[in-house]
Every structure is written in structure tokens, then in C-alpha cells.
Design a protein around this ligand. Structure first.
Ligand SMILES: NC(=O)c1ccc[n+]([C@@H]2O[C@H](COP(=O)([O-])OP(=O)(O)OC[C@H]3O[C@@H](n4cnc5c(N)ncnc54)[C@H](O)[C@@H]3O)[C@@H](O)[C@H]2O)c1
Length: 356
């Protein structure tokens, strides 16, 4: 099986590439533009093997994407390339519209042309997995504080990021309904784990706490997310290739709802045990102005993935977070050097002019 993975140099995409090559025995062609969020070091364990190829391209480039399908003749696509940080979408939405909407459209069109030309047995096998987020469903506070997102929950996106992902989900499913392209959409909750760019809550907090820097918490820290270890998400996406039904949506979540403040407190406690200092790290917590349009709560009902794919998360949040802290702790200095290499200095992103 040859899988064309987009965004494979990113956080989740690299986990997908590693698992496809090392565990699923697939060949991977990774198409990535290498934006600020990409890190080729995350692919070191498979780079140089005969089962892995890298192609630096923009998924918005129709000609390049068409020729990649013609050259590599994939049996499946796992599409992860995206602009992925909500805060950046608030102050710079154009690239989100470009990559997440136009890029997905470009890829769907190339896949459709390629699929239409495939002989019957290969058409039967072909899959296009469109990787999306639970953020498309909006905030649960406006629906039911005990409810969870199901695959048939209506879309109510709040941020430019989630609106652009919602648009891409609609395009992907329209390409199934109208053109018969065997698309499957996944909507996953917040991921955490190794190799995540440190603008996101968990790596940012770990790295700041390691250096005894302030730990910014948005608003009062009560916003709730459902956390899933990245390797568990990657395993679910690979299961979709074999067990998922075209035209369907599948939710993935860790059944691990935590408020942002709980997450930050837990990171502080793990690091205090690992590397005790003069003061408890919880004292570094600094409440900062809330994110505009910040959704209060996300929670996933993943029972369809459990039932139809036989998928389950393998790590508890406590175990996964301890492993993640260990990972960043072991690589702290080099990881920071990469992340701050003129690209990101750890500063607050996504504030409106009126909030400064
Ligand atoms: N991180 C999460 O918690 C989470 C949760 C659910 C779903 N998702 C979705 O999973 C996917 C991957 O998320 P991530 O956290 O790994 O993102 P990321 O920001 O870490 O990586 C994105 C990758 O896409 C590449 N990319 C960006 N624009 C591109 C373009 N125009 N052409 C080609 N490559 C491009 C980047 O270089 C990068 O390697 C996204 O579609 C995201 O919406 C993320």
C-alpha cells in the first residue's frame, strides 16, 4: 500500500508517517510545504528507508499536486496539511483560508481526476482520509453541558481556524456525494505528545515550566478540552484506511476531559517530581486575557470508532502526559532552539488590537 500523506512533517502527520512505515508496512510519500510548524527531525526514524519519500510542495499548487498523483500512484491519501493554530487564525486568517479550504479543494480535485482513471480493483481499494477537528462542532456550553459531540452534531465553528476546517469537511463530503470519491472524514479532539510545536498549550507550558518562566493561562482556565495522545490518533486514522466506510464521519477522542487549568497544574506537578526546584511550579501560573471567541467545552463521543473500527485509546491522560513531559524534558534545549529559531519566541499570539 502506498499512502500519500499531506502535512507529514507536522505534529500528527509525522506520527502517521512513522506508524504507517514502522507498523503498517506501508510506503509513504509525504507532501509538505515545510511551514514554521514543520519539523523534519520528527521523521528521522524513517527517513532514508526505501518505504519513505519526501516531496516539498504546497497543496494549493494544482499542477504540482496533479503530477504527484501521476508519479506516485497512491492507493490512499491521508490529508493532514493545514494551518492549525487557532490563535494565529485570529490575527492572520488568510493562510487558513488558503491552505485549509483552497488546499483541500485542490487535493480533492487532483484525487478525483486520478481516481476516475484507476482500473476497477484499484478504485475499490482507494481511500481519501480527510483529517479534521472537533472544533468544527463549536462550543458545548451552547448545546448541553453534559452532552458530547456525535458525528451528526451540527457544525457551529467559532474561530477562523475551525470555520476553515468546517468548510473543508463540507467540500470533502461533497466530493463523495457528487463525484463518488471514497472520502472518509475524521473529527478528533485535542492531541498532545512528542514533536508538537511549542505554541500549543501543553508543549508551551512544559517548556516554560522547565525554565521557570510564567505559565500563561487564558481567562480563568476553565475551558475544557478532551485530550488524546497523538499516537492513538494516528492509529485511528490508519484503521480508517482499512475499516472506515466511505462517505462517513468518525469522531476520535480520549475520553479525558480536563480544564486548561487542570492540565497546567498537572504538568507543574509532574515536573516538580521530575526536577524539584526552589519553588513549586504552580506559582508560575499567570492568568492572561482570554482568547476571543474561546469555546468553553469540547467533548467527544467516540463510540462509532470503538464499534466500527475496534479503535480505543491505549494511554490514559495521566500516563500520556507523564510520557510527554519526560520526552520534552529529555530534549528541552535542542527543542527550544528549533522552535525559537527566528520563528516563535513564546510570545502571546491571537490578541485583538483592543486587547493589547
Ligand atoms: N493538533 C491537534 O490537536 C488536532 C486535533 C484534531 C485535528 N487536527 C488536524 O490534524 C491536522 C494536523 O494537525 P497538526 O497539529 O499536526 O498540525 P501542524 O501545524 O503541526 O502541522 C501541519 C503541517 O502541514 C504543513 N502544511 C501547512 N500548510 C501547507 C500547505 N499549504 N501545503 C503543504 N503542507 C502544508 C506544515 O508544514 C506542517 O508540517 C490538521 O488538519 C488539523 O486541523 C489537529
Amino acid at each position: 500500500m502506498r499512502v500519500l500523506v499531506t502535512g507529514g512533517a507536522g505534529f500528527i502527520g509525522s506520527a502517521v508517517c512513522r506508524q504507517l512505515v514502522s507498523e503498517a508496512g506501508a510506503t509513504v510519500v509525504n507532501i509538505d510545504k515545510l511551514t514554521y510548524a514543520a519539523n523534519l527531525a520528527s521523521l528521522a526514524s524513517i527517513d532514508g528507508t526505501s518505504c519513505y519519500r519526501f516531496e516539498q510542495h504546497d497543496i494549493c499548487d494544482q499542477e504540482a499536486v496533479n503530477s504527484l498523483f501521476a508519479r506516485w500512484e497512491p492507493s490512499a491519501v491521508i490529508h493532514l496539511a493545514a494551518e492549525s493554530h487557532v490563535d494565529r487564525s485570529i490575527t492572520g486568517s488568510a493562510t487558513f483560508i488558503g491552505t485549509n479550504i483552497v488546499g483541500t479543494y485542490t487535493l480533492l480535485e487532483a484525487a478525483r481526476r486520478y481516481y476516475d482513471g484507476l482500473p476497477h480493483p484499484r478504485r475499490k481499494q482507494f481511500r481519501f482520509i480527510h483529517v479534521s477537528t472537533d472544533e468544527v462542532y463549536g462550543s458545548l456550553d451552547s448545546l448541553d453541558s453534559f452532552g458530547r459531540f456525535r458525528e451528526d452534531t451540527a457544525y457551529r465553528p467559532s474561530s477562523p481556524y475551525s470555520a476553515s476546517k468546517a468548510a473543508s469537511d463540507h467540500l470533502a463530503l461533497a466530493w463523495y456525494k457528487t463525484y463518488g470519491l471514497p472520502v472518509i472524514v475524521s473529527n478528533c479532539s485535542n492531541n498532545y505528545g512528542p514533536f508538537q510545536f511549542p505554541e500549543k498549550l501543553i508543549p508551551l507550558t512544559i517548556l516554560n515550566a522547565m525554565e521557570y518562566k510564567p505559565l500563561p493561562v487564558y481567562g480563568d482556565g476553565s475551558n475544557v478540552r478532551d485530550w488524546l495522545y497523538v499516537e492513538d490518533h494516528a492509529a485511528g486514522l490508519i484503521k480508517l484506511l482499512f475499516e472506515g466506510r466511505p462517505g462517513e464521519k468518525y469522531n476520535f477522542g480520549g475520553d479525558s476531559e480536563r480544564s486548561n487549568l487542570e492540565v497546567v497544574n498537572q504538568i507543574c506537578d509532574v515536573l516538580d517530581r521530575l526536577c524539584p526546584g526552589s519553588a513549586r511550579r504552580r506559582s508560575l501560573i499567570a492568568f492572561v486575557p482570554d482568547r476571543p471567541g474561546h469555546d468553553a467545552r469540547y467533548a467527544i463521543d467516540a463510540s462509532k470508532a470503538h464499534r466500527e473500527l475496534g479503535w480505543q485509546p491505549t494511554r490514559s491522560f495521566e500516563q500520556g502526559l507523564a510520557d510527554t513531559v519526560d520526552w520534552y524534558f529529555a530534549r528541552g534545549a535542542s527543542w527550544l532552539a528549533w522552535a525559537r529559531n527566528g520563528v516563535y519566541d513564546g510570545a502571546r499570539l491571537g490578541l485583538l488590537a483592543t486587547q493589547h
